[in-house]
Design a protein around this ligand. Structure first.
Ligand code: SF4
Ligand code: SF4
Length: 475
């Protein structure tokens, strides 16, 4: 196994790769300090949030459910289906533009603080390694050592814990897609009864184990598309973890004759702690995930040599050159405007969205029919076609009815079905007739009435729909 040589990092390739393209392993040292503590708090919060969120219900539905199989989605009380294309589009646009905005202003803050890859590797997997194997030096020594019983026991224990953690993450992850309640129910049955989910679960666990346990930051360096995009999303005014060369250079041992040395004592500790194995002193690099470890360790070094902290710090490229940072600049303004527009469109779509959409149209036959009602006179019949779409997550049973004042005037609804059964996410079309005494038409030959749709679950009116009746003028 090849391990990183902090003092001889290559110039022409990622330091986690040797000249033949093989993996060079990095064993970053643990750090403490202000940013380490802040990140620990954020990681604990995010991990708890990730594990708990599938169990939270809003309005009787899982707070965040992405049920791709049934093409239904629930996000914090807002439920929508695959056919709600504008909502999905605005939501995705919000996430994409939001990330672009954050990157333009705060650089790779997502990577260092909130990306699940970093949060789980740094917050769980690497901590287990420090706990079971020891410091980065002990880890490196164990990796290089030949196999013996001690190494076997330590690594078996470590990887058993990795498997358990991966299983927990995979179950929680899948709960977002199949629903937490359904997942619990499935775990109580034989895997053979839910083969597909079982295979997906096993595959997800294996991917997590491989990625978080072994592949690690190689994913950020080689595979992550966002890492590639950052160079176009950021500029000299974006905030990044940066080394201050004005203050640091010439570093110890590199000053020319008569030249005063800078504050960097060339201790290599910033490389020691870097999970991607880079030297931040070479400037902003694609491999930097903004984890802040080098800030903390360098601050510790500066304290020891009695120099002010901040040789490595959050800074913009402009501020390092002594130029004032422009927070409001064209790209930030454009992202802000787009973000406001997308949020506005999203809120507008949500406010206009109804759980039950009803369309009542006059059927394509005669506008009305006059029929005899025996000795008392004549009735008029209007034929309507009704289309209903249930966009909620609940199955509904509705009764079509008329308000009491119209019933008192002998207006009645004639329908094939007494009730309408409307499954969640489904449409239904049905025909109904309204029969009424000819006299109520009056001199205009038309009358507006209201048709009620009563939810049989609670006997409350769910929808009121205006319907225009037509017939012969009665005066
Ligand atoms: S930790 Fe600070 S002092 Fe040490 S090499 Fe890195 S930048 Fe220089
Ligand atoms: S250079 Fe510093 S901030 Fe960037 S990944 Fe390495 S340790 Fe983290």
């Amino acid at each position: 196994m090849k391990v990183l040589d902090q003092r001889n990092l290559p110039e022409d390739r990622p330091s986690t790769m040797d000249e033949s393209g093989r993996r060079v392993f990095v064993f970053p040292a643990a750090v403490s300090g202000f940013w380490r503590h802040a990140r620990t708090v954020v990681e604990i919060f995010l991990i708890i949030f990730f594990l708990v969120l599938p169990w939270i219900k809003i309005g009787g539905h899982q707070a965040l459910l992405l049920d791709i199989g049934n093409r239904r989605f629930s996000t914090f009380g807002l439920t929508f289906w695959a056919h709600d294309a504008p909502l999905i589009f605005f939501l995705l646009a919000f996430l994409a533009i939001g990330l672009a905005f954050i990157t333009a202003v705060w650089g790779r803050v997502w990577c260092g603080w909130a990306c699940p890859q970093t949060v789980f590797i740094d917050g769980v997997f690497r901590r287990l390694e420090y706990w079971i194997i020891g410091s980065h030096i002990q880890q490196r020594n164990l990796a290089k050592a030949p196999w013996n019983p001690g190494k076997f026991v330590k690594l078996s224990f470590l990887w058993s814990l990795f498997v358990i953690v991966s299983l927990v993450i995979a179950h929680s992850f899948l709960a977002y897609f199949v629903g937490a309640d359904r997942l619990v129910e499935m775990t109580q049955h034989n895997p053979g009864e839910n083969w597909t989910i079982f295979v997906v679960m096993a595959f997800t666990t294996a991917v997590i184990l491989f990625d978080f346990g072994w592949f690690r930051e190689q994913f950020c360096i080689i595979m992550c598309p966002y890492g590639r995009f950052q160079s176009v999303l950021m500029d000299d005014d974006s905030l990044t973890v940066s080394y201050d060369p004005v203050r640091g250079e010439p570093r110890r041992g590199s000053a020319g004759k008569g030249q005063k040395e800078g504050d960097c004592i060339n201790c290599y500790k910033c490389i020691d702690v870097c999970p991607t194995g880079i030297d931040i002193r070479r400037g902003l690099q694609l491999e930097c995930i903004g984890c802040t470890a080098c800030i903390d360790i360098c601050d510790e070094v500066m304290q020891k040599i009695d120099e002010p902290k901040g040789l490595i710090r959050y800074a913009t490229g402009s501020s390092l050159k002594g130029i004032a940072t422009k927070w409001l600049r064209p790209r930030v303004a454009i992202y802000s405007v787009l973000l406001v527009a997308v949020v506005g469109a999203l809120l507008f779509s949500v406010s206009k969205r109804e759980d039950i959409v009803v369309t009542v149209l006059r059927a394509k036959d005669n506008p009305y029919q006059v029929v005899s009602n025996g000795d008392e006179g004549e009735d008029v019949i209007n034929h309507f076609k009704m289309h209903m779409k249930n966009q909620s997550f609940d199955d509904l049973k509705l009764r079509v009815a008329l308000p009491a004042d119209w019933l008192a005037k002998n207006v009645e609804i004639i329908s094939q079905n007494k009730t309408v059964e409307l499954e969640a996410g489904k449409n239904v079309t049905l025909h109904f007739f309204v029969k009424f005494p000819k006299e109520i038409m009056g001199s205009e030959g038309m009358k507006n009435i209201t048709v009620d749709f009563i939810n049989l679950k609670d006997n409350e009116i769910l929808i009121e729909e205006d319907v225009k009746l037509v017939g012969p003028k009665s005066i």
